[in-house]
Write a protein that binds this ligand. Sequence first.
Ligand SMILES: Nc1ncnc2c1ncn2[C@@H]1O[C@H](COP(=O)(O)OP(=O)(O)OP(=O)(O)O)[C@@H](O)[C@H]1O
Length: 253
Amino acid sequence: MALLDVKNLSISFGGLRAVDGFEMQIEKGELYGLIGPNGAGKTTVFNLLTGVYKPNEGIIKLDGEDITGKKTIDINKAGIARTFQNIRLFKQLSVLDNVKVGLHNHYKYSTLEGILRLPKYKKVEKAMDEKAMEILKVFDLDGEADVLATNLPYGKQRKLEIARAMATEPKLLLLDEPAAGMNPNETGELMETIQFVREHFGMTILLIEHDMKLVSGICEELTVLNFGQVLAQGKTADVLNNPEVISAYLGDE
Ligand SMILES: Nc1ncnc2c1ncn2[C@@H]1O[C@H](COP(=O)(O)OP(=O)(O)OP(=O)(O)O)[C@@H](O)[C@H]1O
């Protein structure tokens, strides 16, 4: 059974069918790329997978569970976490606190326990600090735990966003253009981070990316979207050599 199984997914905005009959199956542990020209509908697919938009048609199953049309928070609890095209960190919080935000699905105390700083609150906060530090160590960000997120260099902000997503303990990690705005060195490090996350956590990863070096370097499978529809799907090398795919990209220049 595929970890992510999407069938006939569609959404329209006014007269525009932004995503049209979209299908995709991702197996556990796969590193999968979603590519396509600007405006093809890639981010809209992510927004459908994460409950930001409800589809007009179609079914989304995660690990056998129907998550179609559920709220974002419930989809995150079911096991999908994401990062955004424009990094969305809590910029005025510390690196440690950003990761703790991601832990809140799994660590609970009541509002009253929090306001009154009761022993349960203190115990849970301590456990969260320890867990967040553990995650930061894995991402080699523990040295910057107390730094405000806004003061991290760009590449590390991206890494922190991935660390925060991983703190929610997802089954599937969605990365929306992780290399956007990066120089070649930062992109190289990002590729290593993504491969590390896949290997260390056995994570299944779906990423949207325009950087073909990154896509061909780390993705095993690809889906190409064009005008909301799947243009090609399969092994990365085969898809990138597909003449229809090449012409869709040249048409975009
Ligand atoms: N909320 C919305 N309301 C109206 N139109 C929308 C909405 N969201 C997306 N669209 C339209 O749907 C189409 C697909 O947009 P989307 O952002 O998914 O493309 P994309 O493939 O991610 O593009 P890019 O690579 O430039 O980020 C575009 O024409 C966009 O204008």
